[in-house]
Design a protein around this ligand. Structure first.
Ligand SMILES: Nc1ncnc2c1ncn2[C@@H]1O[C@H](COP(=O)(O)OP(=O)(O)OP(=O)(O)O)[C@@H](O)[C@H]1O
Ligand SMILES: [Mg+2]
Length: 334
C-alpha cells in the first residue's frame, strides 16, 4: 500500500492543450480551438498505476504526450520529482533542458515499431536511446541490450533479428525493453496491450506488473478496455471531452461509479453471462472538443441532466477522501 504522505512523483495542475483551428482561406486566421485537454489535474504517487479511460477522442493520448512534453502545453503545470529534493515543472522548462530528463520518462505505444526503421535490428532499436543519450557503447551497449531483452522475456540472440520476424507480443516486449533501457521512473503506456490477442495481452500485462515491482516504476495506463484497467490500475481517472470527470481507487470506481458518464461507460462493458441483460446507457454522440456544449460537456447525453447542467461547468471536487467527481448532482444519484 502506498503511504499517504509520500510526495507525488508527478503533480499535474490545470493542464490544458488546445489546438488552434485555422481558417482555410489565405489569412489562416485562428477561428477556434480543439480543447483536447482542458484543465486536467491529478497526482501520481511513486509506484502507483493510474488508469486513464474514456471514449475515443476524449484526450487521453494528448494528456500523455503533453505531460511528457512531446507536445507543448497551452497552460498548466507538470511538477515532476526528479529526485528527493528536486521537483521540476516540465510544462515550463525550455526544450534544451528537457533532453537530460528524457531518460526518466518514457512512453509505450500500441505499435512501437510503426514509427521505427524496419531495417534496424531489435538490438539497435532497443539500444538506440542509450546511443542517443551517449550512455553506453561497444560491448557495454551490447550487454545492456542483452540484459534488457532477458528482462522482458526475449532472448539475447533476438538482438540480431528484424521486427518483421517477431510476433505482436514479442514486438511489444521489445517496445517495453526500449522504453525501460534508460531506467525511467515514469512510464506512460498508451493502449500498450490493445492490439494483442487476449492470451498475449495477459502475458504482457503480467510482464508490466513484474517490471513495475522490480524496477520501481510508476505507470499511467491509457486504455479503452475497462477489464484490463480494472486488473492493473490502483486508481482510475475517467476523462470526457478533455476533462477528468471522476477519479478514485479502482475498486470503488467499479463498485459505485459516482459520475453519470462513468456509470454509462461501465454499463457498456460486455458481461460474459447471457442471463445478465446489457443496460446500455451510453447513447448519443461523444462531445466534439472543437465545439463543446455550454455547461457540463456530458449534458446532452446524460440521463440525469437538469437546467444547471446546461449552464455551469461542474468542477472536479473531492466528495469523499480520495474520491473526486465533476457533477452538480452526484449526491442525488441513486
Ligand atoms: N495535432 C492535433 N491537432 C488538432 N487536433 C488534435 C491533434 N491531436 C489530437 N487532436 C484532437 O484532440 C482530441 C483528443 O485526441 P486524443 O488523441 O488525445 O484522444 P484519445 O482519447 O487518445 O482517443 P483514442 O482513444 O481514439 O486514442 C481529438 O478530438 C483529436 O481529434
Ligand atoms: Mg489515444
Amino acid at each position: 500500500m502506498i503511504a499517504e504522505q509520500t510526495t507525488p512523483l508527478l503533480s499535474v495542475r490545470n493542464l490544458k492543450k488546445h489546438f488552434p483551428i485555422h481558417n482555410k482561406g489565405f489569412s489562416s486566421r485562428v477561428i477556434g480551438s480543439v480543447k483536447a485537454v482542458d484543465d486536467v489535474s491529478f497526482d501520481l504517487l511513486p509506484g502507483e498505476t493510474l488508469g486513464l479511460v474514456g471514449e475515443s477522442g476524449c484526450g487521453k493520448t494528448t494528456t500523455g504526450r503533453t505531460i511528457l512534453r512531446a507536445l507543448d502545453p497551452t497552460s498548466g503545470q507538470v511538477m515532476f520529482k526528479v529526485d528527493d529534493d528536486k521537483i521540476i515543472d516540465l510544462a515550463a522548462i525550455h526544450h534544451k533542458h528537457l533532453k537530460p530528463l528524457r531518460p526518466e520518462m518514457q512512453m509505450i505505444f500500441q505499435d512501437p515499431f510503426s514509427s521505427l526503421n524496419p531495417r534496424m535490428t531489435i538490438g539497435d532499436i532497443v539500444g538506440e536511446p542509450l546511443v542517443v543519450h551517449k550512455m553506453a557503447r561497444g560491448s557495454e551497449l551490447k550487454d545492456r541490450v542483452a540484459e534488457m531483452l532477458l528482462k522482458v522475456g526475449l532472448m539475447p540472440e533476438h538482438a540480431i533479428r528484424y521486427p518483421h520476424a517477431f510476433s505482436g507480443g514479442q514486438r511489444q516486449r521489445a517496445g517495453i525493453a526500449r522504453a525501460l533501457i534508460m531506467n525511467p521512473s515514469l512510464i506512460i503506456a498508451d493502449e500498450a496491450v490493445s492490439a494483442l490477442d487476449v492470451s498475449v495481452q495477459a502475458q504482457v500485462i503480467n510482464l508490466l506488473e513484474d517490471l513495475q515491482e522490480e524496477l520501481k516504476l510508476t505507470y499511467i495506463f491509457i486504455a479503452h478496455d475497462l477489464s484490463v484497467v480494472k486488473h492493473i490500475c490502483d486508481r482510475v481517472a475517467v476523462m470526457y471531452a478533455g476533462k477528468i470527470v471522476e477519479l478514485c481507487e479502482t475498486e470503488e470506481l467499479f463498485a459505485v461509479p459516482k459520475h453519470p458518464y462513468t456509470r454509462a461507460l461501465l454499463s457498456a462493458v460486455p458481461v460474459p453471462d447471457p442471463d445478465v441483460k446489457m443496460n446500455f446507457d451510453l447513447h448519443g454522440e461523444v462531445a466534439d472538443p472543437a465545439n463543446l456544449p455550454p455547461g457540463c460537456s456530458f449534458n446532452p447525453r446524460c440521463s440525469y441532466c437538469q437546467v444547471r447542467c446546461k449552464q455551469d461547468i461542474p468542477e472536479l471536487q473531492e466528495i469523499a477522501p480520495g474520491r473526486q467527481v465533476a457533477c452538480h448532482f452526484t449526491e442525488d444519484l441513486d
